[in-house]
Design a protein around this ligand. Structure first.
Ligand code: NAP
Length: 315
């Protein structure tokens, strides 16, 4: 008999049927994927691993023998805050395709800023014909905050496209062709040199409000910000202050304190802000399903648990 793996997606997810179909196909002979609501008492007790996406914590708690959960999301701050510390281990989605997708977005929006597109769009609306001085990519320093799966791939892609790239992480790192900084002093140094700052750190106790008034003051005049990580990593009021004061030139924001972004947010209509609806690196269901199936296979056949979140570190 195939083991049953509970599936606990977000309650209102319109994608749950697609996930159910793709995951079931990827798991095929290995295991039977069953939505939480359809599990028998015995199946709940027998479950040692579950697949989750923003699950109802009560459903996870109703599986008393879970060893780990596989999240279908890369960011797991909500899962960490909702599941008890002595609960199952949390494995986040670390899909190489997602890193590829994110690096494409980072390159696209870096080019958008590099080629002054927000300014030219504004000029068109105002009927202004005016050329601005163009730098080469090498003359443009892009600082990437966070050098994990997504940050590392993005730094490499920027470098391959001729930009001067710096990076910042928690621990000390060496990356070919990328000047690396770490720790609080390293952050100030990176900010002081970057023309474009790309935020790709997870949301943790340490990164909550990471970029506020002091950090924006430490940025170069006319620097631009791209936030593809999580909204609360940036203090929105401080960002608006730095944009309005003319110190920062533009912000591309894909993530917000509240999503969807409330209709009365000043960010919607700010001419120095580009608002994106959390689309920089959506999970690709086909590749993610195959990765999840590989993780489950390693566990069901050999007891191997994939790399999981370090609760103390917060990511
Ligand atoms: P990851 O592999 O865990 O990498 C995180 C990176 O951030 C690491 O380099 C880590 O440093 C660094 N970091 C963590 N805390 C830090 C701190 N306090 N100071 C300095 N550096 C710190 O994560 P990932 O897969 O790249 O994903 C990053 C985040 O992107 C996710 O958590 C998620 O919130 C967000 N995301 C957004 C989207 C979207 O569509 N907008 C999609 C996917 C993910 P070390 O290397 O020293 O550990």
């Amino acid at each position: 008999m195939k083991p049953v793996v509970p599936f606990i997606p977000e309650a209102q997810s319109h994608e749950r049927n697609v996930w159910q179909r793709e995951l079931s196909a990827s798991l095929s002979d290995l295991a039977e994927l069953k939505p939480f609501e359809t599990l028998s008492e015995e199946e709940r007790r027998a479950a040692r691993v579950a697949i989750v996406a923003n699950p109802d914590p009560a459903h996870v708690a109703a599986l008393p023998n879970l060893v780990w959960v596989q999240s279908l999301w890369a960011g797991v701050e909500r899962l960490m805050s909702e599941l008890p510390e002595d609960g199952p281990l949390i494995v986040r989605l670390a899909d190489p395709q997602m890193a590829e997708t994110m690096s494409e977005a980072v390159l696209a929006w870096t080019l958008y800023l590099h080629r002054d597109m927000p300014r030219y769009m504004l000029q068109q609306r105002q009927g202004i014909w005016q050329e601005h001085f163009l730098k080469t990519p090498a003359e443009r320093t892009v600082g990437v905050l966070g050098l994990g799966n997504l940050g590392n791939a993005s730094a490499q892609r920027l470098k391959a496209n001729g930009f001067t790239v710096t990076g910042w992480s928690r621990s000390e790192k060496t990356l070919d062709g990328v000047r690396c900084f770490h720790g609080p002093d390293g952050l100030k140094q990176l900010l002081g040199e970057a023309d474009i700052v790309v935020v790709l750190v997870p949301l943790t106790d340490e990164t909550l409000g990471l970029l506020g008034e002091d950090e924006f003051k430490a940025c170069k005049q006319d620097a631009a910000i791209i936030n593809f990580a999580r909204g609360p990593v940036i203090e929105t009021g401080a960002l608006l202050g730095a944009l309005d004061a003319g110190h920062l030139s533009h912000a591309v924001l894909d993530v917000f304190d509240r999503e969807p972004l409330p209709s009365d947010s000043p960010l919607w209509h700010h001419e120095k802000v580009t608002v994106l609806p959390h689309i920089s690196a959506p999970t690709i269901i086909s590749t993610a399903s195959r990765l999840v199936a590989r993780n489950l296979k390693a566990f069901l056949e050999a007891g191997t648990i994939p790399d999981h979140v370090d609760r103390k570190r917060g990511y």
